[in-house]
Design a protein around this ligand. Structure first.
Ligand code: BGC
Length: 349
């Protein structure tokens, strides 16, 4: 009796050990399991508010899909970006996603990755003269059209100032092209006159401020509209206008739906911005990165030429925002209502 009791206990203990070992084995397999995809994300800078959203939404989607991200930020330096891409490649990433600081210089970084058979996605900004596998962005020419159109609708005649973004960023050129698509017929008719045409180097607000200050001086303050390419530079332009008591009297455009820009729109000093839903851009890039890393074929119908190839492209539609529809940005969860309306003047009845 006693013997069989012990036999039974021994059997149970053995069984328990066997179950434990097999479950250990299973989890061990899981931990080492199918190799996690490693995405190298080489960003330019995080200075503008939007890039922090890009980073956060990118990391979130990657985590949801079980991919690992090695993130690098070059703080506006080509040299740093090159070193960071080299380092990412030496870490053995499966795919590179790059926001180039300089469209031309970054071509060498794409070449380097491709030589090592690492697929590349050009994120938001197109890398020129190289062969990235994909370009994921917004329709930037359309952004430029939306900026110019809203101002031209409000002021069909007068003196216009153009302030482009960093000339080293391909987006600046696309934005300018879009702006010209809209403004050229009005210029040809003699309805509007371009009295200054400048670029804000490195997208600097201070540079935009200086350009607008000079334009005001040269034209005895007779300026109708400033077509500025993003919200940061719009802020600089508005500062220059404010010094002359002209903030709110001269039309100003922008893009990015930055908090400060939405507040200026409600205060009446900025005319419009363009909202680009990064909540669509970042996940689209992560999903495509994973597919490319797995060697899957992407089903892309659009393309944009970058000087060397037609780069397959995903281009998301931008949305124009003025004081009548700021809620679009809030309802999308991009900005918080209490922040946007914090200092807003009460609505007129
Ligand atoms: C982006 C804009 C941004 C600008 C400055 C451009 O390439 O498309 O959204 O404001 O860079 O960072």
């Amino acid at each position: 009796m006693k013997q069989s009791y012990f036999r039974c206990i021994t059997l149970l203990v053995c069984l328990a050990i066997a179950v434990l070992l097999s479950s250990c084995g299973a989890s061990g397999q899981k931990a080492g399991g199918p190799k996690k995809i490693r995405i190298g994300f080489a960003m330019d800078a995080l200075k503008q508010e939007r890039w922090q959203k890009d980073r956060d939404l990118f990391l979130k989607r990657a985590e949801e899909l079980g991919a690992e991200v090695s993130l690098q930020t070059a703080d506006g330096s080509d040299e740093a970006q090159m070193k960071q891409v080299e380092s990412l490649l030496s870490q053995g990433i499966d795919v590179l996603v790059i926001v180039p600081h300089n469209a031309e210089v970054a071509g060498a970084m794409v070449d380097m990755a491709k030589k090592q058979n690492v697929p590349v996605i050009s994120y938001d900004r197109l890398v020129k003269n190289s062969a990235p596998d994909l370009y994921v962005s917004f329709d930037n020419e359309r952004v430029g059209e939306l900026e110019a159109k809203l101002l031209l609708d409000r002021a069909p005649t007068g003196n216009y100032v153009l302030i482009g973004g960093a000339p080293t960023d391909n987006n600046s050129l696309l934005l300018r092209k879009g702006q010209e698509n809209i403004l050229q017929p009005a210029i040809d008719r003699g309805d509007i006159k371009i009295v200054a045409n400048q670029w804000a180097k490195e997208w600097l607000a201070e540079d935009a401020l200086n350009h607008v200050e000079n334009a005001l001086t040269q034209n005895n303050n007779n300026i109708t509209a400033v077509v500025t390419s993003n919200d940061g530079t719009a802020g600089g332009a508005i500062q220059a206008l404010a010094k002359q008591g002209l903030a709110g009297k001269v039309l100003v455009s922008g893009q990015d739906a930055e908090l400060a820009a939405l507040q200026r729109i409600l205060a009446g000093t900025q005319t419009m911005t363009v909202y680009k839903p990064i909540s669509k851009l970042a996940p689209a890039a992560v999903e495509a990165a994973i597919a490319l890393a797995k060697g899957e074929k992407l089903n892309i119908t659009r393309s944009v030429n970058n000087g060397r190839i037609d780069v397959p492209s995903i281009l998301i539609e931008p949305i124009p925002i003025d004081k009548n529809n700021v809620d679009v940005v809030i309802n999308d969860g991009f900005q918080k209502r209490e922040d946007v309306y914090r200092n807003a003047p009460p609505k007129s009845p």
